[in-house]
Design a protein around this ligand. Structure first.
Ligand code: BEZ
Length: 241
């Protein structure tokens, strides 16, 4: 039987697509995206609204981790459908009055895009009318130095993001690129990585026999190898950023 799809799904960018290009005003001046970030990784993320508590905790956490993302050559860019003056007033208020988890006097210095037309939010599929038709959900787009979308994560309005996971995602993507490997469930730097299945039976058999240096296979399709956290640091971490 031929499948019939009756629900119309708006087009959204997907993993592997070029990041949709746009220009916009931000709290740090105009932005030309993703061109301004060529050669850097970027986390483009949306939040539902300024002057809301969960978003406030997320901005304080992102700001406190900005140096750690910079060490991974990763810039942060926020977006909501609020205007620039709202953004500026909210970020000032966060710095002046909000304490959260030991953080206070937090200054957000990465750009926050104003998107009152919702054009950018729509282009990135950040508006999900079933959740809210006038606010962006909590979307996270991890974009590589060539402007290609490498990971997309969405959270609903009520759920603040897990920032350990966002750091882990960037680290894992960069490790996969640097070493041509994949990373298993719950991987952390220093854990064994997955070696993609070999292209020939001969190599698979050599691996099974323990004849390929450093590679351990428990089946023809399941081979791992050790890469130390130090090797990963040396390959992906940027000094003095
Ligand atoms: C918040 O950030 O607290 C929030 C924003 C929109 C809806 C619900 C919560």
């Amino acid at each position: 039987m031929t499948e019939t799809i009756t629900t119309v799904v708006p087009t959204m960018p997907r993993i592997g697509d070029p990041a949709p290009a746009f220009t916009a005003a931000t709290t740090q001046g105009p932005i030309d995206f993703p061109g301004d970030y060529a050669g850097r990784w970027v986390i483009l993320f949306s939040h539902p609204a300024d002057f809301t508590p969960v978003c406030t905790t997320e901005f304080m956490t992102f700001a406190s981790l900005e140096d750690q993302f910079a060490e991974l050559n990763t810039a942060l860019v926020g977006l909501s459908v609020d205007g620039l003056y709202s953004h500026i007033a909210w970020l000032r208020r966060i710095k002046e009055t909000i304490e959260f988890r030991g953080m206070s006097d937090v200054e957000v210095t990465f750009p926050l895009i104003e998107d009152i037309t919702m054009n950018v939010a729509r282009a990135y599929g950040m508006i999900m009318p079933g959740e809210d038709s006038t606010k962006a959900v909590r979307a996270v787009f991890v974009i590589d130095p060539k402007g290609v979308i490498r990971t997309i994560i969405y959270y609903p309005l009520s759920l603040g993001r897990n920032f350990d996971e966002l750091l882990r995602v960037v680290t894992a993507l960069q490790t996969a690129d640097a070493f041509s490997v994949a990373t298993p469930a719950d991987w952390r730097p220093g854990d064994p990585v997955i070696v993609p299945p070999a292209g020939s039976c001969g190599v698979a058999k050599d691996r099974m026999d323990g004849h390929v240096d450093g590679v351990t296979c428990v089946d023809w399709f399941f081979c791992t190898k050790e890469i130390s956290a130090q090797e990963i640091d040396d390959a992906i971490r940027q000094p003095n950023r």
